[in-house]
Design a protein around this ligand. Structure first.
Ligand code: HEM
Ligand SMILES: *[C@@H]1O[C@H](CO)[C@@H](O)[C@H](O)[C@H]1NC(C)=O
Ligand SMILES: *[C@@H]1O[C@H](CO)[C@@H](O)[C@H](O)[C@H]1NC(C)=O
Length: 241
């Protein structure tokens, strides 16, 4: 009876030792330095001018070390204007001058906002995250601001709407289309007849109207939302644009 308790004691000691080891030497792949906080002025120093300093770039308030992309972000690089600042809006506008270099996304559509968030994903994948810019997107505690939460919600809504639009459009057959110098643009249907249809979610997504060409069979043609191509026969299978 007493003998059997020795292995039990051994196991208990082993468990205790292992758990102590895990507590004091946690299995971290590689501990990265804690995130730093930057002011606009501090970030501006890392604009690529001083070769002895890293080049930093802010997007949606996240700051990345982009020194390995010096050809793009260094002095004379095509994207040098992104260095040392958060010019989130310029990822959409491509406007690298004056007020174009702002971190405000005011007035952008949900697909555009989503695209900026995807740029941030790109920097997380490609470069090293070093910290946060205190201002529009993060407070001095490093907490995301209402503004950042709004941006992320808008991007998520954009993604959802795009998914829904894709599903809706998959229910209809898209027209074939081709372009040639002689013929110009043409749309045609293998079965059914080409019709222009409004993309119902497009306004919510991009702020603009947009139409696509889809094919409809004869018994579907009476729907009032379907528009016959200008100059094209009601029952034509091919329409020149
Ligand atoms: C809104 C407009 C645009 C923005 C915001 C933008 C942004 C960027 C950024 C940030 C990079 C660097 C990515 C990295 O760190 O590796 C890049 C690379 C590049 N961009 Fe653009 N770009 C724009 C328009 C264009 C246009 C119109 C072209 C060509 C006609 C172009 C061609 C390129 C090429 C070729 C590279 C890669 C160069 C390389 O990897 O060596 N970009 N772009
Ligand atoms: C760029 O960085 C340098 C130092 O690295 C600094 O002296 C200069 O003022 C910065 N330029 C801008 C526009 O902030
Ligand atoms: C860039 O933005 C500024 C300020 O909003 C504007 O004055 C300028 O015309 C824009 N440039 C381009 C090329 O769109």
């Amino acid at each position: 009876m007493l003998k059997t308790s020795y292995p039990v004691l051994g196991i208990a000691v082993l468990v205790a030792v292992v758990s102590l080891l895990i507590t004091y030497f946690p299995f971290k792949p590689q501990s990265s330095p804690p995130p730093r906080f930057f002011t606009v002025q501090e970030l501006a120093i890392y604009n690529g001018t001083d070769d002895s300093l890293p080049i930093l770039l802010g997007i949606l308030g996240s700051v990345f070390d982009v020194t390995k992309g010096k050809t793009h972000y260094g002095v004379g690089g095509g994207y040098n204007h992104f260095a040392g600042r958060d010019a989130s809006r310029a990822f959409i506008s491509g406007n690298f001058t004056g007020d174009g270099l702002t971190d405000s996304l005011r007035g952008l559509s949900s697909t555009e906002v989503k695209s900026v968030v995807e740029w941030r994903d790109f920097y997380f994948r490609t470069y090293t995250f070093v910290g946060m810019l205190v201002g529009r997107y993060y407070d001095s505690q490093g907490n995301p601001t209402k503004y950042l939460k709004g941006v992320e919600a808008k991007a998520a809504r954009g993604a959802q709407l795009m998914e829904k639009q894709k599903k809706e459009e998959a229910k209809q057959t898209s027209c074939n289309s081709r372009w040639s110098q002689e013929e110009g643009s043409e749309v045609w249907c293998d079965t059914g007849h080409p019709r222009l249809v409004q993309r119902p979610l497009e306004i919510a997504l991009t702020g603009k109207m947009s139409k696509r060409c889809a094919c409809f069979k004869e018994d579907e043609l009476d729907q009032p939302v379907l528009e016959v191509y200008e100059g094209c026969d009601y029952f034509a299978k091919v329409c020149r644009l």
